[in-house]
Design a protein. Structure first.
Length: 212
């Protein structure tokens, strides 16, 4: 009776949050997502040079006002969706490099997911290698995501200027129009902090093993 109770009490402590089979499925899902994302990204990059391409372009002008509004509302368009048969080489290059950097950021996250699931299956998560991998992915995500958005904004602004969509009204001068998302930068910083946590966890694990 006491032996049975002991086994029952030991079972919950030995239960894994993620089993080896579940970790394997995470690895497979990450690999499939990486392949699909790479194929879609390469296709978009090729389209910038081959054309035609449909882009959502930001507008930094109040010249293109929306009409037919009710309740006395006044509004202007902040963006347009344009289809261009062939992009100029400079703009196509900017958008292509932006696509490459954004793709690198996404692949870094998927690679991190794959590696962590692989190490979780081997139960060797808190290692110096894990710390380096998480930190490196955080840096890549932050840098690639930020630079990618900058190049993308520059390319789209130049395209909007080239097709004449960003023409200012009387007394209005347009310098630059851009959309920026701090998500990749913040996610990269979070990953760097997680790497520091893993480093601390590895030290605590070694100290605990030394006490046993």
């Amino acid at each position: 009776m006491n032996e049975a109770m002991g086994d029952a009490q030991a079972t919950p402590s030995n239960k894994k949050v993620v089993s080896r089979a579940e970790a394997l499925w995470v690895m497979i899902a990450a690999a499939v997502a990486a392949i699909a994302t790479s194929a879609a990204g390469v296709s978009n990059i090729v389209a910038y040079f081959a054309g035609p391409v449909t882009l959502t372009l930001p507008l930094a002008t109040t010249h293109q006002a929306a009409t037919g509004l009710r309740l006395g509302a006044e509004a202007h368009f902040a963006s347009i969706e344009a289809t261009i048969p062939a992009l100029p080489l400079t703009e196509a290059t900017l958008l292509a490099w932006a696509g490459v950097l954004n793709l690198v950021g996404i692949l870094a996250v998927l690679a991190l997911l794959f590696v962590l699931a692989f190490r979780l299956r081997g139960e060797n998560l808190f290692t110096a290698g894990s710390v380096w991998i998480i930190g490196a992915c955080g840096v890549v995500l932050a840098v690639a995501g930020t630079l990618g958005q900058g190049l993308d904004s520059a390319g789209r602004h130049r395209v909007a200027q080239a097709i004449g969509a960003n023409q200012g009204g009387a007394g209005e001068s347009i310098i630059f129009s851009a959309n920026f998302n701090v998500g990749p930068l913040m996610a990269g910083i979070v990953l760097i902090l997680v790497a520091a946590v893993f480093q601390l966890g590895g030290r605590l694990q070694k100290d605990t093993e030394g006490l046993v």
